[in-house]
Each structure stands twice: as C-alpha cells, then as structure tokens.
Unconditional design. Structure first.
Ligand code: NDP
Length: 296
C-alpha cells in the first residue's frame, strides 16, 4: 500500500484506521495526542503531532472529523495539512461534511496539484469494525478510481455518486431519513405501548410490514427494546447532518417542511440531553414525555 495518513481517530475513524493499518504503512494524527499514541502502539502505525507532518510524504491523506469546518481548519497555518502536501497527493475526506465546503476545499487544493474526494461512510461503528461500510464518493472519475482501493480497506459498497460535494449531499439526505424515521418510530411505539400493545410484537409486525426501516429493524431492537442505549453515533452529529440536508434542499429549491421539523425536534433534544448523548436517545425523550418505556 502507498503511504497513507489518517486524521481523526474518533468513534468511527478509529475502526476505519485499524483496517488501513492492517494493510501496511499508516501514519495517524489526532487532536488528543494520547489517542493517536494509543492507536499507534496498538496497531503498529506511525504517530505524528501535526497535520503538516501527516501530509508530508503521503500519497493519500484521509480525514474523519465532526464537520467540514474542522477539515478546513486542519488545512490552515504553518502546521496545517496544506503546508505538508506533496504535489500529486490526494485528500479523501470521510467526514459527513457539507457540499459547499468540499467544493471550496477541492478548489483550494487543485491550485497546489492536490486532488480531493468527499467520501462519507454509512454503516456505523459496527460496519466500520467489520469493514463493510458503504462509501459514497464525490469527485471526478479519475480521482474516484485512485481512491477506490484505499477505501476498500473498510468499505464494501464503494459508489461514485457525482462531482465533489455529491457524496456529502447523498450522506446528508440519508441521515435526514434516519432522523425522520427515528422520531416517527419513537412516537408510534410510545403510543402503541401506552395502548397496551407489546413493544416486541409491534416491532415484529412493523418489520414484517411496509413500515420497516433501519430504525425498526436494527436500532430499536438493539438499543431501545433491550434498554442498552450504547453510545456510538452522537445526536449532535445527526443534528448536524439534518442541518446540512436542510441547506441542501433549500439550495436545490425543494421545500422540506418534514426536515425543518426534524431539525427543530433534534435541536430541542440536544438542549435536554448531554453533549455525548447517542442519536437513539431521542427515543428516551419521547418515552419520558409519553410516560412510558418501550421495552420487550
Ligand atoms: P467523534 O466525535 O467520535 O470523533 C471526532 C473526531 O474528530 C475525534 O478524533 C476528535 O478528536 C476529532 N476532532 C473533534 N474536533 C476537532 C477539532 N476541532 N480539530 C481537530 N480534530 C477534532 O465522531 P465520529 O468518529 O463518530 O464521527 C466522525 C465523522 O463521521 C462525523 O462527520 C460523523 O457524522 C461521521 N459518521 C459517524 C458515524 C458513527 O457511527 N459514529 C457513522 C457515519 C458517519 P479528539 O479525540 O481530540 O476529540
């Protein structure tokens, strides 16, 4: 494998980087240095302390940060990525970012002879651990072909969806659907349980019927019915994704009242839950308001 650097060892970045480390020469950088040090010693990677060092000598640099804002910030300054890139390098941004920022980043890097692809992922932490993520890539065709084999380290379905920014747009719409589903499934199940229906039976029937979704098939059984509530994907990040989708719809001239409402409800939920809360915990708030527990 050509030299690859990975920046952003968060909940999903870490297991993605584990697959890259298993393939060969990997350099890692993380804002909290101790996390990069832990990764380097556990997975035989090289650790650096500045984004510039991460870019230096790398053919491919990958980022996985909360938003495009952090990606742009990492490019800046004397220790920024931009100072380290060699001409001909490729930046693959796996952040669930926003299309406008990515177009700006691509333009900025093109002037330095550096290619760019937005390549957000779907499949969650468990998909990252299993190496079965779906990756949606926004770039020109040649850049996609260059990125594909590196992305296959953790991706099972790797699709070119359009020019720079298109990957982020598809990801934002996908996660907006997740948010709408989460809220609607929570509301419906709360009412059914209050009316005396067993939560398990209701979920089984929905999953054998036309209302089923990832939320009803995976999230609710694994987190809500079990009462386990693991924290793998922060509510703050889903809220950010809905915000990106709302802007995307607005710019496309498509009215999105459902997404506007989902955005308002997620914003309220964030105010009531702690910053580290998982996205599925929105259903906990629905339970609290309804005075019911959806278990089974
Ligand atoms: P986390 O919050 O777990 O991790 C965020 C990472 O970004 C950490 O490495 C953190 O460093 C770093 N970071 C945060 N702020 C800054 C900053 N200002 N400057 C530099 N680095 C920073 O997020 P996830 O790993 O869950 O998500 C990363 C991206 O992947 C997001 O865009 C998310 O929407 C997307 N995603 C997440 C999924 C999931 O299931 N978790 C699923 C699909 C997509 P530090 O260790 O110092 O805090």
């Amino acid at each position: 494998m050509k030299p690859v650097s990975f920046l952003g060892l968060g909940a999903i970045g870490w297991p993605m980087a584990v697959h890259l480390a298993a393939r060969g020469s990997l350099t890692v950088w993380n804002r909290t240095v101790a996390r990069a040090a832990e990764f380097a010693s556990a997975h035989g990677a090289r650790m650096v302390t500045t984004p510039r060092e991460a870019a230096s000598g790398a053919d491919i640099v990958m980022t996985c940060l909360p938003t495009s804002r952090e990606v742009e910030t990492l490019l800046d300054g004397p220790d920024g990525l931009e100072q380290g890139f060699k001409s001909g390098a490729l930046l693959i941004d796996c952040t669930s970012g926003d299309p406008g920022s990515s177009r700006r980043i691509a333009e900025r890097l093109a002037g330095k002879g550096v290619a760019f692809a937005d390549a957000p992922v779907s499949g969650g932490v468990s998909g990252a651990e299993a190496g079965t993520l779906t990756v949606m890539v926004g770039s020109d065709r040649a850049t996609f072909e260059r990125a594909r084999s590196t992305l296959s380290a953790f991706g099972e379905r790797i699709r070119h969806v359009g020019p720079v920014g298109a990957g982020h747009a598809v990801k934002a719409v996908n996660n907006a659907l997740l948010a709408v589903n989460l809220l609607a499934v929570g509301e419906g199940l709360a009412a059914l349980v209050k009316a005396g229906v067993s939560a398990r039976s209701a979920v089984d029937i929905v999953n054998a019927s036309s209302g089923r979704s990832f939320v009803s098939e995976a999230l609710v059984p694994e987190r809500v019915l079990s009462g386990r509530w693991p924290r793998t994907f922060r509510l703050a990040l889903l809220d950010k994704d809905v915000g990106i989708a709302r802007t995307f719809l607005h710019e496309a001239g498509v009215s999105g009242p459902l997404l506007d409402l989902a955005g308002r409800l997620l914003g309220e939920a964030r105010e009531q839950l702690e910053e580290g809360a998982d996205h599925a915990e929105v259903i906990r708030l629905i339970e609290q308001r309804a005075g019911v527990e959806i278990r089974g």
